[in-house]
Ligand binder design. Structure first.
Ligand code: IPM
Ligand code: MN
Length: 367
């Protein structure tokens, strides 16, 4: 019997629709070549949804997502200036992304930071640091911490304005993401870097206590503790020491962008956001309004997010590996999108849709 999957497609803002157009082509090829069918439903989400419908995450889009087996989301948001036209609560980050994460409790955010040996020249790091490439799995807690804690603003008795923004976690929230991280570490090199700030933050002291408890069930996995500030340096000086890293929400937001930095572009950062019943997939980066409409954005992170969906939601590991392979082949053949072009002169620059054409052609041949 043919496997049939429903996918909610949220193209997003700025470069979102451009890179999404390339990513969904992967589903077409798979339908042609494999006994599988995909039903794609596109829905508004983000700033354009607010302008068209008054809501960044409209109810109709919620219904499409509820009904889907998995969600593919493009980047959303506008420039700092343009965002000011939207009330703070309806801006794409607070009005769409965070509610999406909360709705499906997507607590485990997988952010692979990978660069094959043959793509190592894209990295700004020196060859002696990169050596055989980079292969890190950063796991970020995604529905707790400062992002979702209580917040309030006011004026104190002295007439001075203040803000409170609380870093909140329950032990269950910490435990569930640590279990995911230990499971991944067990499947990989049995080494888990726990990133924290227990020399200052009580939340990290608590996190580490829960980690010690969970570790009891994973004694075959070595845990290495590293303070988040030191981890930032280590990612630059010796990324090869890392395999699986786990951390709370805000630390993960920052270090995963640094991950894009050591690869050479945020355009190389796909991600998976996994909840108990549903998962959604998105590039780790923003919507890059400055290059929107120019057909120059790198669709790798969006296509890579499809690969992660195939593997993690549909158990199509072989096909997912072929999507990665296809993109690798295109880069290794000397083609590159503009974001990566500074690294060498003998690169042949391709547009967003040319990159898509080449990936799809290569994938068709591999399948
Ligand atoms: C990310 C983004 C989001 C975050 C923003 C857009 C809300 O930066 O996915 O890393 O901070 O989580
Ligand atoms: Mn971020």
């Amino acid at each position: 019997m043919t496997n049939a999957y429903k996918i909610a497609v949220l193209p997003g803002d700025a470069i979102g629709p451009e890179i999404m157009a390339q990513a969904v082509r992967v589903f077409d090829v798979l339908q042609k070549k494999r006994d599988v069918s995909f039903e794609l439903t596109t829905a508004p989400f983000g700033a354009h949804a607010y302008f068209d419908e008054g809501k960044a995450f409209p109810d109709s889009t919620k219904a499409v997502c509820d009904d889907a087996d998995a969600i593919l989301k493009g980047p959303v948001g506008l420039s700092h200036e343009a965002s000011k036209k939207i009330p703070v609560e309806e801006q794409a980050e607070r009005g769409a992304i965070l509610p999406l994460r909360a709705r499906y409790n997507t607590f485990a955010n997988f952010r692979p930071i990978t660069l094959s040996k043959d793509m190592a020249h894209f990295s700004p790091l020196k060859p002696e640091i990169i050596q055989d490439g980079i292969d890190i799995l950063l796991i970020r807690e995604l529905v707790g911490g400062l992002y979702f804690g209580k917040k309030d603003r006011g004026v104190n008795d002295e007439g001075e304005r203040y803000v409170h923004e609380i870093l909140e976690y329950t032990e269950q929230q910490i435990r569930q993401v640590l279990i995911v991280a230990f499971e991944q570490a067990r499947k990989r090199k049995k080494r888990l870097h726990n990133i924290h700030k227990s020399n200052v933050l009580m939340s990290s002291v608590f996190w580490n206590e829960v980690l010690d408890e969970v570790h009891q069930d994973y004694q075959d996995v070595e845990v290495i503790h590293l303070l988040v500030d030191a981890a930032a340096t280590a990612l630059c000086l010796n990324p090869g020491q890392f395999d699986v890293m786990v951390m709370e929400n805000m630390f993960g937001d920052i270090l995963s962008d640094q991950g894009g930095g050591i690869l050479g572009s945020l355009g190389l950062m796909p991600s998976a956001c996994i909840g108990p019943d549903k998962a959604y997939y998105e590039p780790s980066h923003g919507s890059a309004p400055d290059i929107a409409g120019k057909n120059i954005a790198n669709p790798y992170s969006m296509i890579g997010s499809v690969a992660m969906m195939l593997e993690m939601s549909f158990n199509m590991e072989t096909e997912a590996a072929m999507v990665w392979q296809a993109m690798k082949n295109v880069f290794e053949a000397g083609y590159s999108t503009a974001d990566l072009s500074r690294s060498s002169d003998d690169i042949q620059l391709v547009s967003t849709d040319q990159f898509g054409d080449k990936v799809i052609e290569t994938l068709e041949a591999l399948l």
